[in-house]
Write a protein that binds this ligand. Structure first.
Ligand code: PEP
Ligand code: MG
Length: 934
């Protein structure tokens, strides 16, 4: 018996009791209920109980309730798993309850667990609240042993089937429960190796050619392998097998790949997984049996077609693992043995969409012509499929509009902006004969990069900023790291529902699967096809929309959406994608309360952001404007000025540039508001630090090189991020703020005179004391007054501040006496709240994330418990003084879905993010309002 299982079943009664009380308290269902049964005679759960029963368990119950043919079984709740993860023991009474529920299955099926004469076999599967495909463990055919296998062979009259089931069970159990696994990434699975050894000995290539006798030999060798590797016998007692399997599935919640997956998809560790134990049905009893996976619509394109695959005489994992290449489900209609099953499946397809209100991804098995449903869940889909399905199903009244918004992964929308191959370069590659082969199109988009064969290499090159394409014979969940790091994924084996394809689609990665003509040799580090051989590091390009694989690099080009919205090279009416996208965006806008602004520094960026749906600018970083062309010279002259007159002279040169910039921005905004921030970075960022450049500058300015060097040295700071920057600059050099204010108001007056509305909002950075803000606001008002008098234009404007250091948040009530708006600068607020340099954190933060010290990178997703508290304090104290104070965020977090939801919850008026994140923020804001109310 496995270590964990033994520990689990022993457990001291006292500890178990204490913990089981806790589980009862935490339970979202009936008090103390650890197991929910589903069957024709009794069904305890339903589809609403995802938190307690996991997605799979809840949907099995729901399918049972609506009369779909589901084999009976039971679900052990997520509360039990949470409890088990904390204590490493089963709660008291669980083993007894498991036994009692097995009895119920026996009653429904008329079979008996462990009885050779009429044996009941079980499957044991994980099932978290959100599906985590392939990340946790599954065990099938449980209950087989040296005796029941004989009974099964007799009862079915199919010895080959019985022994094949047994060898599969030993293999899974040996791997998952007893830990007989490969040691290196490029090693074969130990059980596969034993099987290959036997096949080689017998001169056989196909698994199907193994006879009953061969399988009996294989079973013997498998049992020997287990004994050799673990020193233990393969367990013969079915109940011992079941307890071991349940414990192993609970354990798999904490395996490395599941943890990585949860980090990526922000699934809390505390959710735990349910365990589903269900009567087995067999797709591998003969040629009137089959197994398959299907989607009610195409998950890659969203087309309303029945999409999926099936394999005759096979078990479920054969389809998912991609070991044999299955047939498209549509072919079933023309398969004489299965035509009636196909008709039934078509009905199931319609029922599922109607009852579950979304595209379903389901598994089925046909046992001797009878159809069984093994699971269903909302189908993962590409962003393209998401917008099309949302559009179509809402219009068909099959999906609730609220669900269309709530079910989306806002981050995935950026996939729609993903590159495609440059048309000319693509055509040229074809003409040059660089097409190697065509596999299955499994994840749309185009990727071009260096060829790598291992997850390690992909990570290594990927983190160095290289574009890589990861090629594997087939992928397993261990490859997840590499898949995250790669631009594209290529496999030589497996179908469109293989692990590689599923995971790639979900991550928005380009993927070509099952390119069977390709030969990958891991030991030589080569990929060969069509007489060509590529080595690791060679360029390769793949088209995940068509399945094509090309040798060499191909330039990538803008997506359709970008062509419509940004470059204007395509008309909206010519792009279906655009229309679906626009439908979803409009829907999100209907629900959201948060305004969406953009961080933009140029008229070009402003126009892009508006095309994506931005309603104004939340941050213009004016310093970015000083780096262009020869402006930097005037800027440097200003910085190096010895006295105020010289500085004013240099600033006068900068004024027209700034005015022009603001004019362009106001025009591009067409009446929308613009938050313009005054100079923020320390001055030494603008001056040259190497001698050659200092010499050049000295010559330009007509001063000595040593004078330049001296001033540069004087500007040196030990800790620039906490040094002479932000409002501290404007306070030391008020003439800089004067110039910037003048540029804003003169530009505003000019544009307003042309009949375009302007709404400037001047923002002072890095304020921690009310008096800092007062100092700068006085300058702004004085200049505004002057310019209004000079131009005769009355300009409506606001003056506010960034809240980006803790003291600013804590004294927000004082600051709000002067500030008409706050914008949370969460980049600096995170840096200063955590005392963690935003520019230096890359050296240790990834480790922090890996170790679980932080849940996510706090510079990407708001640390709601720490930084979030400061924001809440800022909001509350600001509103105490000025109830109608305008509140926004302009740190990078403004475009990150979780942070957007948080901003909604604390009552901000808007979020601001980079132009390409605007669609993501719109969708996240719609979700926030639906989840938490307007
Ligand atoms: C911030 O600190 O969040 C901010 C927007 O300012 P910057 O990133 O320019 O420091
Ligand atoms: Mg800042």
């Amino acid at each position: 018996m496995a270590k964990t299982a033994r520990k689990a079943s022993k457990g001291t009664a006292k500890a178990a009791k204490k913990k089981s009380t806790k589980a009862v308290k935490a339970s979202k269902g009936k008090a103390g209920k650890m197991i929910y049964f589903f069957g024709a005679k009794k069904c305890d759960g339903d589809g609403t109980m995802r938190a307690l029963l996991g997605g799979k368990g809840a949907n099995l119950a729901q399918m049972t309730k609506i009369g779909l043919p589901v084999p009976p079984g039971f679900t052990i709740t997520t509360d039990v798993s949470v409890d088990y993860t904390a204590t490493r023991k089963f709660p008291e009474g669980l083993a007894d309850q498991i036994a009692a529920n097995v009895k119920l299955i026996e009653k429904e099926t008329g079979k008996k667990f462990g009885d050779p004469a009429n044996t009941l076999l079980l499957s044991v599967r994980s099932g978290a609240r959100d599906s985590m495909p392939g990340m946790m463990d599954t065990i099938l055919n449980l209950g087989l042993n040296n005796e029941t296998v004989v009974g099964l062979a007799e009862a079915t009259g199919n010895g080959r089937f019985a022994y094949d089931s047994y060898r599969r069970f030993i293999q899974m159990y040996g791997d998952v429960v007893m830990g007989v696994q490969k040691v290196h990434e490029n090693e074969h699975e130990p059980f596969e190796e034993v099987m290959d050894g036997l096949k080689h000995q017998l001169g056989i290539t196909e698994d199907l050619d193994l006879t009953e006798e061969h399988l009996r030999e294989l079973i013997k060798r498998y049992q020997q392998l287990i004994k050799q590797r673990t020193g233990k016998e393969f367990p013969q007692d079915p109940m011992e097998q079941l307890i071991g399997a349940v414990a192993a599935v609970f354990d798999s919640w904490m395996n490395e790949r599941a943890i990585i997956y949860r980090r990526k998809y922000k699934i809390p560790d505390e959710w735990g997984t349910a365990v589903n134990v269900q009567a087995m049905v067999f797709g591998n009893m003969g040629d009137d049996c089959a197994t398959g996976v299907a989607f009610t619509r195409d998950p890659a394109t969203g087309e309303d077609v029945f999409y999926g695959e099936y394999l005759i005489n096979a078990q479920g994992e054969d389809v998912v693992a991609g070991v044999r290449t299955p047939k498209p489900v549509a072919e079933m209609a023309h398969d004489p043995g299965f035509a009636s099953t196909y008709k039934e499946l078509e009905k199931v397809r319609a029922t599922l969409e109607k009852k579950f209100g979304d595209v379903q991804d389901f598994e089925f098995t046909v046992e001797k012509k009878k159809l069984y449903m093994l699971q269903t869940r909302n189908g993962k889909r590409t962003a393209l499929a998401y917008v099309k399905i949302a559009h179509d199903m809402v219009k068909q009244k099959l999906m609730k509009p609220e669900h269309a918004i709530l079910s989306a992964d806002p981050d995935a929308l950026s996939q729609l902006l993903a590159p495609i191959f440059d048309r000319k370069a693509y055509a040229a590659a074809g003409k040059e004969g660089r097409l190697l082969t065509t596999g299955l199109p499994a994840g749309p988009g185009a990727a071009s990069g260096k060829l790598v064969f291992t997850a390690d290499k992909a990570e290594q090159l990927g983190s160095a900023g290289e574009s890589v394409v990861l090629a594997r014979i087939e992928t397993s969940p261990e490859d997840l790291r590499g898949m995250i790091a790669a631009e594209g994924i290529l496999t030589s084996r497996g179908g469109v529902s293989s692990h590689a394809a599923l995971v790639a689609r979900q991550m928005g990665k380009v993927c070509v699967a099952g390119a069977g003509e390709i030969v990958i040799d891991y030991s030589k580090g080569t990929l060969s096809c069509a007489g060509k051989t590529l080595k690791e590091g060679d360029a390769i390009s793949i088209n995940g929309s068509t399945g094509e694989v090309f040798a060499g690099a191909i330039d990538t080009a803008d997506s359709e959406l970008k062509q419509v919205l940004v470059s204007g090279t395509m008309k909206p009416e010519d792009s279906e994608v655009y229309q679906y996208f626009a439908f979803v965006m409009k829907l999100a806008d209907k629900y959201r309360r948060l305004g969406i602004r953009t961080n933009a520094d140029t008229p070009e960026q402003v126009r892009q952001a508006i095309a994506f749906g931005a309603e104004g600018i939340g941050l213009t970083r004016t310093e970015h404007m000083f780096f262009e062309g020869d402006r930097i010279d005037a800027m440097r002259e200003m910085i190096l000025a010895e006295n105020i007159e010289a500085r004013r002279e240099a600033l006068a040169k900068l004024l027209p540039f700034q005015r022009e910039d603001f004019e362009g921005i106001f025009r591009a905004l067409e009446g929308r508001p613009a938050t313009i921030r005054f100079l923020d970075p320390p001055l030494h960022e603008f001056v040259p630090h190497d001698t050659t450049a200092q010499k050049e500058l000295a010559a330009k300015l007509g001063i000595s090189t040593s004078a330049v060097a001296k001033r540069v040295a004087a500007l040196h700071e030990f800790n620039p991020m906490l040094g002479h920057r932000g409002c501290r600059l404007g306070i030391s050099y008020p003439e800089i703020s004067e110039m910037q204010a003048r540029a804003v108001f003169e530009a505003a007056a000019k544009v307003q005179k042309d009949g375009i509305k302007v709404r400037p909002e001047i923002m002072i950075p890095l304020v921690g004391f009310k008096k800092e803000l007062d100092n700068q606001v006085e300058i702004v008002h004085a200049v505004a007054k002057q310019v209004q008098q000079e131009t005769g234009q009355k300009i409506k404007y606001l003056v506010g501040t960034m809240i980006e250091i803790p003291r600013g948040a804590l004294t927000a009530n004082e600051i709000a006496e002067t500030a008409e708006f706050f914008s949370f600068g969460t980049n600096d607020l995170t840096q200063t709240c955590l005392g963690m340099s935003r520019d230096d954190s890359a050296t240790f933060l990834p480790m922090y994330t890996e170790m679980g010290i932080v849940k996510a990178n706090p510079f990407a997703s708001i640390d709601t418990t720490g930084v979030g508290q400061l924001m809440k304090i800022g909001v509350e104290r600001g509103q105490e003084t000025r109830p109608d104070i305008k509140l926004g965020i302009c740190g990078e977090h403004g475009g990150e879905p979780h942070s957007v939801v948080f901003c909604h919850e604390i009552g901000l008026d808007y979020v601001s993010c980079s132009p390409y994140r605007v669609p993501v923020a719109r969708l996240a804001a719609g979700q926030a309002a639906l989840k938490h109310g307007k």
